[in-house]
Write a protein that binds this ligand. Structure first.
Ligand code: NAD
Ligand code: WQD
Length: 335
């Protein structure tokens, strides 16, 4: 298939580009590079042995998206393009609704004009909000706790309405849990600018000496060891989940379907740190600090629906996650 990846130069998009291209799909990237760098294209070329076409454009530019859909005879779109920092979304909600909701509407308008009606959407476990029960299954009530989560839920509602209005649409919304890790080559991975908001890139920066120590946000939660627990999913497993979703859309799905992509297991902050310490063979300097406002103690996925519908499960371990993160982090320093 000819597949357009909006936000394809980003963290999850670039790994998915590798998996889809290696599976024989023709992949085209579209990105405005607001949170990525064109240098990822050279690294993708090294991994794949060929260059992927990439168009620099904003998804909110409907005409530009329409041109790309026509020029590359696109059959399906995976819509990664979006902003994802929870704190920033609280500080600047308009930015998040404009980019994430308006961006999705613009993409759908372009797809409608060209008649491309197959879509995978990057959603998030954050749409569930405070757990009523765990693991979160796809029927768990949705009550996002911040504008970022709201922007994902609102987009899902638009997609559901669209699929009801026109039976030709095939749409899967994938709700990712906590994507971490890097490609086994160490050439691509997550590389946030400045001080990371998320645990895994923070650990990597402390391990490499870029940051002096890690703050653990609370150790008195009602969890196994008092620290927060999350469902960390290797980005290559996630990427393979997108390939499975594309096959599913091609072969079986009609209408709109929501599917969790997670491992079904939770790992605590301390457990993740100790797995990383094992990989690097030394201790990571850390302090317990106060809880981060808005953090939930624990959440993880019910992953059965993905297994049933997509024939997909996460296969990589926490050790794989730490090893590939460290490989990417070390390669960055040498480069
Ligand atoms: P990322 O920031 O690395 O990638 C997003 C890409 O989209 C970037 O390359 C950015 O430049 C591009 N982009 C953003 N707005 C754009 C626009 N208007 N037009 C064109 N390009 C634009 O983030 P990621 O971690 O790869 O996340 C991909 C998607 O998955 C996002 O929609 C995110 O909300 C969602 N998601 C991410 C996580 C996570 O923890 N990483 C979890 C759940 C869901
Ligand atoms: C994980 C755990 C922290 C940093 C976020 C978004 C979510 C989704 C994934 C997009 C928590 C603890 C963290 C640190 C720490 N993104 N922590 N010290 O908050 O589960 O999810 O990314 O959809 O929407 O909210 O991920 O990596 O920030 O935190 O102790 O320096 O690590 O308290 O328990 P989170 P995270």
């Amino acid at each position: 298939m000819n597949i357009l990846l909006t936000g394809g130069a980003g963290y999850i998009g670039s790994h998915t580009a590798v998996v889809l291209s290696q599976a024989g799909h023709e992949v085209v990237l579209l990105d405005n590079f607001c949170n990525s760098s064109p240098s990822v294209l050279e690294r993708l070329q090294k991994i794949l042995g060929k260059a992927l076409p990439c168009v620099e454009a904003d998804v909110r530019n409907t005409d530009a998206v329409e041109r790309v859909l026509r020029e590359y005879k696109i059959d399906a779109v995976i819509h990664f393009a979006g902003l994802k920092a929870v704190g920033e979304s609280v500080a600047n909600p308009v930015l998040y609704y404009a980019n994430n909701v308006q961006g999705s509407i613009s993409l759908l308008q372009a797809m409608q004009k060209v008649g491309v009606k197959t879509l995978v959407f990057s959603s998030s476990a954050t749409v569930y909000g405070e757990p009523q029960y765990l693991p979160y299954d796809e029927d768990h009530p949705t009550k996002p706790m911040n504008p970022y989560g709201q922007s994902k839920l609102q987009t899902e509602k638009i997609l559901r309405d669209l699929a009801i209005s026109d039976a030709d649409w095939k749409i899967t919304s994938l709700r990712y849990f906590n994507p971490v890790g890097a490609h086994e080559s160490g050439l691509i991975g997550e590389d946030p600018n400045g001080i990371p908001n998320n645990l895994m890139p923070y650990i990597a920066k402390v391990a490499s000496g870029e940051l002096p120590h890690l703050n653990i946000f609370g150790d008195d939660y009602e969890t196994r060891d008092g620290t927060g627990e999350r469902d960390y999913i290797h980005v290559m497993d996630l990427a393979e989940g997108h390939e499975a979703a594309i096959s599913y859309l091609e072969n079986c799905c009609r209408g709109f379907e929501v599917i969790n992509l997670g491992t079904g297991k939770s790992v605590s902050v301390l457990e993740l740190i100790s797995a990383y310490e094992e990989v690097i063979g030394c201790k990571i300097k850390k302090f317990i600090t106060k809880k981060r406002p808005g953090d939930l103690p624990v959440y993880y996925a019910q992953a059965n629906k993905a297994k049933k519908l997509l024939n997909w499960i996460a296969i990589r371990s926490v050790g794989d996650i730490c090893e590939t993160t460290q490989r990417f982090s070390a390669a960055k320093i040498i480069a």
